[in-house]
Write a protein that binds this ligand. Structure first.
Ligand SMILES: [Zn+2]
Length: 670
């Protein structure tokens, strides 16, 4: 699903990478399973009353085949009356009714081993509200158009929209993502209407009253939130995607649109032009198939609806999309929902705690399509826009960026910054960390195949990816996933740099307002005239000084120009930086020119006699801040300082005189 109708945000943002090994710090959310398995749904929706009475009430029959040892099964069902139930052809009396949002159907004595039962539930949807089942009559006001005009629906329209847990408001079912089952959906509509659902259309039957029954069958198991139906007066046309694995195998790409939207010829973004907006769909399928494995179903379709509360919804093989997309001004929603066919539909998040496995991937898929059609720099810019969107959440909708991506609070399951943008950027970061596109894409393709037509959870994803890709990563990938999926924040880097005597010093401190320490490879460009030197340091400490020997004086240091790290940063020259490799020593002493003894509340400094008129001694903390300063007379070779004012920790002492500058580190332990 896509929440946003994207406003293009300009801005360069930063995405990153990692190293040390953190124990997994998050409790896994396990699905609570019922004691049966749905083998199939065979659903008949009679939508003639919807169009006749112009409301959301209709009658239906759901024939659910389950396998169980239990004496009863619990389904999800609400906003409906149960008219009758037959179990293996025998009426259940009295007829069970939903209590709250569940329906309990007695089956008979428990079975010693899992036994199939066919439960045929005749029901009537009693709610006349737009809730999971939507109906809009022709000429409904749908909102403002692109030039300040008013947009109205062009035909009567009915459709379902169920994610995450609303399918049981239009059909009795077992409404959790981890219960995939086969499905066949038939929809009866008045003559001149047509109905769409998942899979492929098997037949259209004509009833004695002239109404039409469209019979669709899914070619793969499906989660209930991905099941759908829609109906209106449509123009229908199709295109073909020739499988990259077998060009002789043509996959139908079917499109629906209101006739005026089909006939439109304007391509300036003012009109709804369905043929123009959908024109690249087969190329998108080819681009994604090439990188992530062959398109996983027999057919793909797109149905534009309006009003719709979302940009699009990846109903399996039959995406529902907001009609405003037909302006054709961007393809983000089209590519997002299509990418879900691999990540979301073929491989479905096991629980809603794992929703990022759907939405983070689909968000990343938008950038992949940008790269396929416009090249690598557009890809980078697009990811930068996504990062910008993460740091500037859309406040009027209540989006926040300070909750973990894994297992968001239920009210934030579809929170754009953390369910979509952060994990989307994380996949980009993974790509950059691995720095090997073949390894990256093959790993994701293999993950998709390993969990094809079933579900995956966050742990399964990590356990799949880490052994395959971890050996080549510059940071520990378990740590990487831990940090980006389970922590609610992001790194904030303060970077100071100095070049002296041909050596570049880069001081990185992490300043995020938490105890979370991010481990990421940080990339820099050191620019000296026409020469650019690429540097990478793995930052795994709160404060860390990196050094590099450069042959030329640099004029500029650039951090993370490829927006690898989802971070906020400041970078500036810092003349006070001290080379930590000079005179580094363990404990309280150092050999050589400058010696520090820490004892009995006194710092005793010993050094070669001061040359020139006088010298200066400075004590610096690990951030390079001068916290004490003393003049040292000419010829002096020792100095003592009280150290009551120094807290425990690491410090530097720097001695400057006419002969040069010398620094060593010491430790205070109290
Ligand atoms: Zn989505």
């Amino acid at each position: 699903m896509m929440n946003r109708l994207l406003t293009v945000l300009l801005g360069l943002a930063l995405c990153a990478e990692l190293v040390p090994n953190i124990a997994r710090c998050q409790q896994q959310i396990l699905p609570t399973k019922r004691g049966y398995q749905v083998l199939s749904y065979k659903l008949l929706l009679d939508w003639r009353p919807i169009f006749k009475n112009k409301n959301q009430r209709f009658s239906g029959v759901n024939e659910i085949t389950v396998s169980t040892t239990q004496s009863e099964v619990v389904f999800d069902a609400m906003e409906m009356r149960i008219d009758s139930i037959k179990v293996s052809g025998v009426d259940v009396t009295p007829v069970p009714q939903p209590i709250g949002d569940t329906l309990i159907v007695p089956l008979g004595p428990p079975a010693p081993f899992p036994t199939p039962s066919t439960i045929k539930i005749y029901y009537t949807r009693t709610s006349a509200t737009n809730d999971a089942m939507f109906y809009y009559p022709k000429r409904t006001y749908a909102g403002p158009g692109p030039v300040g005009d008013s947009v109205f629906t062009l035909e009567d329209l009915a459709y379902t929209m169920s994610e995450p847990l609303d399918a049981h408001k239009w059909m009795p079912c077992n409404d959790e993502p981890y219960y995939k089952a086969n499905s066949a959906i038939s929809v009866i509509v008045p003559r001149t209407y047509s109905a769409q659902s998942n899979g492929t259309l098997q037949s259209v039957d004509t009833n004695t009253d002239g109404s039409l029954q469209f019979n669709w069958v899914s070619d793969r198991p499906i989660a209930t939130y991905l099941m759908c139906a829609s109906a209106s007066v449509w123009a229908e046309w199709r295109d073909y995607y020739h499988r990259i694995s077998n060009p002789l195998d043509s996959v139908s790409v079917v499109y629906f649109a209101w006739p005026a939207d089909y006939a439109a010829t304007d391509t300036t973004g003012i009109a709804h032009n369905a043929r123009y907006a959908f024109r690249n769909t087969p190329k998108m399928i080819a681009a994604f198939s090439k990188l992530f494995g062959e398109y996983p179903f027999l057919q793909y379709g797109q149905v534009p609806v309006q009003p719709f509360g979302y940009g699009g919804m990846e109903h399996q093989t039959m995406t529902t999309i907001d009609r405003s997309i037909l302006h054709g001004t961007n393809e983000d929603v089209i590519s997002h929902e299509l990418f879900h066919q691999w990540f979301g539909d073929k491989t479905t998040c096991e629980t809603w705690a794992d929703i990022w496995l759907n939405e983070g991937f689909a968000t990343f898929g938008e950038a992949i399509w940008e790269e396929a059609v416009n090249g690598e720099s557009t890809y980078s810019h697009y990811v930068g826009q996504q990062a910008y969107g993460f740091f500037h959440p859309y406040a009027p909708r209540g989006d926040v960026n300070n909750i973990p991506t894994y297992n968001p609070p239920i009210a934030n399951v579809f929170n754009d910054p953390t369910t979509y943008l952060k994990p989307g950027c994380m996949l980009h970061m993974l790509r950059r960390v691995l720095n090997d596109d073949t390894l990256f894409f093959n790993t994701l393709r293999d993950y998709s195949n390993a969990f094809a037509y079933t579900t995956a959870n966050t742990w399964q994803f990590m356990d799949f990816v880490v052994p395959r890709a971890g050996a080549l990563a510059p940071v520990n990938l378990n740590t990487f996933f831990n940090e980006w999926l389970f922590w609610p924040d992001w790194p904030v880097y303060k970077i100071g740099w100095k070049q002296s005597n041909g050596k570049l010093l880069v001081h990185v401190t992490q300043q995020q307002d938490s105890t979370h320490l991010y481990t990421m490879p940080l990339r820099f460009k050191a620019i000296a005239g026409q020469d650019t030197t690429l540097l990478m340091f793995v930052n795994d400490k709160q404060s860390q000084i990196f050094t590099a020997t450069l042959s030329k004086p640099i004029t500029r240091l650039v951090f993370d120009s490829e927006a690898v790290v989802l971070s906020q940063s400041t970078l500036a020259p810092d003349a006070t930086l001290v080379d930590p490799t000079l005179g580094v020593q363990d404990g309280s002493t150092s050999e050589g020119f400058l010696r520090v003894d820490v004892a009995m509340g006194i710092l005793k400094l010993s050094f070669a006699p001061i040359a020139g008129e006088r010298g200066e001694l400075q004590i610096l903390d690990v951030l390079g801040r001068i916290i004490a300063r003393r003049d040292v007379p000419s010829g002096a070779a020792t100095l003592t300082l009280p150290m009551e004012e120094l807290a425990s920790g690491a410090y530097f002492v720097r001695l400057t005189d006419g002969a040069g500058e010398h620094t060593t580190r010491f430790q205070v332990e109290k």
